[in-house]
Design a protein around this ligand. Sequence first.
Ligand SMILES: [Fe+2]
Length: 295
Amino acid sequence: MSFTLNSRFLRNVMRRGKMPDSNSQISIDPLTPHIGAEVSNFQIAEPMDQSRFGQIHAALMTHQVLFFRNQEMTLDQQKDFARQFGELHIHPGIPGPEGHPEVIAIHTDENSTRIAGEDWHTDVSCDAAPPLGSILHMHTVPKTGGDTLFASMYAAYEALSEPMQTMLGGLTARHSGEMAYRGRYAYRGVDDADLVYPNNDHPVVRTHPVTKRKSLYVNRIFTEAINGLTPTESDALLQFLYLHISKPEFQVRFRWQPGSVAFWDNRAVQHYAIWDYFPQTRSGYRVTVAGDPPY
Ligand SMILES: [Fe+2]
C-alpha cells in the first residue's frame, strides 16, 4: 500500500484560501478539569505572531492537549506551525509522503489489518529525546468511531499516594523501539530488516521542562521493564501503573470531524487511538515536534 497526498483535499485548501481576521481573540475552552481544551478563532494555516504563539503555547502547557476544528492547511503550513514549537522529528520507522520526511500519513481503511497507536502510549518514547508533541490533522473520518482518548499523566501521578510517588521517583525503565516497532509496519509495506530501532532508559516519573510538574512516564507500547526490579516485580508494578493511568477521571475523549486537529504535549499525556470503525476510512497527517531527554 502506498501513501500519497490527498490531492482533492489540497486543491480545496488552495481554492478556498480564506483566512479569518488575525486580530480576533483566541478562545480556549477547557473540556475537563484535568486535560483538554478546544481552541477557536484560530487558524493554524495563518502566520502566527508572538502574542498568538504565546497564547497557544500557554494553553498547551495548561491543558496538555488542544483541539482545533475546521482547519484547512497544506503539509507545508502544518510543518510551519509545528516549527514554532521546535525542530521537526523524523519517525524512526515510518517514511513520510514524497518530499515530506517529517510527516506521517495516518491511514486506515477496509484493507487494514491493524492500526498504529491502538493502546495507551506516548509517541516514540524509545528515542533518547522523545518528541515534545504531535500535531495530527484529519481530513477523512468515519461517520462515527475513530475517537482518540488522551490521558493526563500529571493527574495520574498526582493521584498516587506519597509512598508510591517516592518509590517510583527513584526508578528508571527501559523503552524498546525493537519491542514496539519490529514488523509493525509491514502492513504499510515497510521492510524493516535493516533498521536498528532505538532503545533507551527514561525515569518512571519525569519532570516537565516547562511546567516543572511531575508525570508518569511508562506506557504499554514501548516500556519493556523497570530497571533494577525482578521480572515479576517489574511486570506487577507496570500492570498496576497501566491500570491506574487508564482511569476515566484522567481522560478526555476527542471526536474527530473532517479538518479537526489535535495537538498534544507528548511529555504530559498518553493517547489511545480507537479502531472501532472498520471497514470505514480514517485518514490524516501527523507532524511531530522533537523534544529533549526526559529527566
Ligand atoms: Fe501515537
